[in-house]
Design a protein around this ligand. Structure first.
Ligand code: NAI
Ligand code: 15L
Length: 281
């Protein structure tokens, strides 16, 4: 039985709701959070995953299971939708072949379906692992060189390029959110910098859906933490003002055993992801 979800903070005032909004990855950790919260932003929420989603939660929700690696199925999934929050895919470092199906083919299928079906706005769950091989002593903005820390980070980097291409070629707008660590609480010292609360995630998704003229915007998804590695000035037009901070959790986190200076968790922004693999040797 998954842990109960925390209650949401009141949302900012809304423009007109989106007629039909698609949420992929709705059975996952963040998908379960946004499944609860996105109904505030849409008349109909269509939820999808390859994993079980249960029954539709009332007349304003549609449940459509789908494998993102299946191009035709994704085309049907996107038909009739007006915007997409794309969370679905492999969310950790895995062998390339798994990442290829769910993340690389998956994001292509989402954009190709968006083009064919006339969807003009995508919110893409990118990741801090696009820039994970930068050191924790560096300060990055959206224009910093990418240094993906594995196949997973590479797939998110590819997704961002896909978003840029579909804007340049077809005018489909995307906000790529390089999510830091979005969990109920920061679980370790690294997450004191990377943590994104669920309420701040919700606000960022809301701004990403409703801000006009975003073109392809890249924004780091982090709360107002005291010690951060990322600068969101290039995404200031979103008006994202995080309200939470990892600071109240500091004592609990710092009570954990210290991390060795040679541990990737103490060196690289991507932490342990930088040391995973090779696979299958
Ligand atoms: P998660 O692993 O809990 O959820 C991902 C969902 O995608 C799962 O429900 C899974 O069944 C689904 N999925 C996987 N392969 C699929 C396929 N072939 N077809 C359809 N659905 C498929 O991950 P989480 O934490 O909820 O993250 C959501 C998104 O945000 C992911 O794209 C992840 O990469 C990204 N992200 C999350 C961060 C976090 O801190 N939670 C940090 C950075 C990025
Ligand atoms: C991610 O991209 C993962 O999806 C998530 O599970 C966390 O590992 C997060 O990054 C992180 O860097 O903490």
């Amino acid at each position: 039985m998954p842990a109960p979800l925390p209650p949401a903070a009141p949302a900012d005032a809304l423009p007109s709701p989106i007629p039909r909004l698609l949420l992929t990855g709705a059975a996952g950790g963040l998908g379960r959070v946004l499944r609860e919260r996105l109904p505030a932003f849409a008349r109909v929420l269509r939820v999808s995953d390859i994993a079980a989603l249960g029954e539709a939660r009332g007349a304003h929700e549609e449940v459509m299971p789908c494998d993102l690696a299946d191009k035709q199925a994704v085309d049907g999934l996107v038909a009739g939708c007006d915007a997409i929050v794309h969370l679905g895919g492999v969310s950790v470092e895995r062998p390339f072949e798994e990442i290829l199906e769910a993340n690389i083919k998956g994001v292509f299928h989402i954009y190709e379906a968006a083009r064919r079906r006339g969807v003009k706005r995508v919110v893409f769950a990118s990741s801090n692992h696009v820039t994970g091989f930068h050191r924790q002593t560096e300060r990055l903005d959206a224009h910093a060189p990418r240094r993906p820390d594995g196949y997973y980070g590479l797939s998110k980097s590819f997704g961002e390029d896909m978003a840029q291409f579909y804007f340049d070629r077809y005018g489909i707008e995307t906000v790529s959110i390089r999510i830091g660590s979005s969990f109920p609480e920061p679980a370790n010292r690294r997450m004191m910098s990377t943590w994104l609360s669920y309420d701040d995630l919700t606000q960022l998704v809301q701004k990403s859906l409703f801000t006009p003229g975003v073109k392809h915007t890249v924004v780091y998804g982090m709360s107002a933490n005291a010690e951060v590695w990322w600068d969101n000035h290039a995404a200031a037009h979103l008006g994202f003002v995080p309200k939470d901070s990892s600071e109240p959790f500091r004592a609990r986190v710092e009570a954990q055993p210290p991390v060795a200076a040679t541990d990737p968790n103490a060196i690289y922004q991507g932490g342990a992801f930088t040391a995973q693999g090779p696979f299958g040797d």
